[in-house]
Write a protein that binds this ligand. Structure first.
Ligand code: ZN
Length: 136
């Protein structure tokens, strides 16, 4: 995602791989990991972003990414799913909020945390010092 204020990015690929290894070996049942609730499936349908990653469990369809937002500043919007376009707009309206990206398979209900990061205008100030021009 190309939002300029994206920071504190955490990737959950290792945890995902470890869990899938358990599933493939049969130590963890697919029933336990394919447990997306109706709320998540609904969010995937209306706010999801299609990915090009095939579902690692059923291999029948590509995964949908759902971005959940959290933060005190968001008030009633905290804990809701947002589209990429909405995230970009929110990044200019709020100082700081967290985004948790969850992948979900709308066929078998596999779901896993993919990435979390922080967005907001505070990232603009704490970044590199602004270049001054001769006029300033
Ligand atoms: Zn699936």
């Amino acid at each position: 995602m190309g939002v300029r204020t994206q920071r504190q990015v955490v990737d959950y690929a290792l945890q995902r791989r470890a869990l899938l290894a358990e599933v493939y070996s049969g130590r963890v049942g697919t029933m336990e990991v394919c447990d997306a609730d109706p709320y998540l499936l609904r969010a995937a349908k209306f706010h999801g972003q299609p990915s090009n990653v095939t579902c690692p469990v059923c291999r029948k369809e590509t995964l949908t990414h759902v971005s959940w937002v959290y933060g005190d500043e968001l008030k009633h919007a905290a804990g809701s799913a947002r589209t990429v376009e909405e995230l970009a707009r929110m990044a200019t309206l709020f100082e700081e909020f967290s985004v948790y990206v969850v992948e979900v398979c709308r066929t078998c209900s596999w779901n896993h945390l993919v990435q979390s990061y922080v967005l907001g205008t505070r990232g603009l100030r704490s970044g590199k010092p602004r270049r001054r021009t001769a006029a300033e």
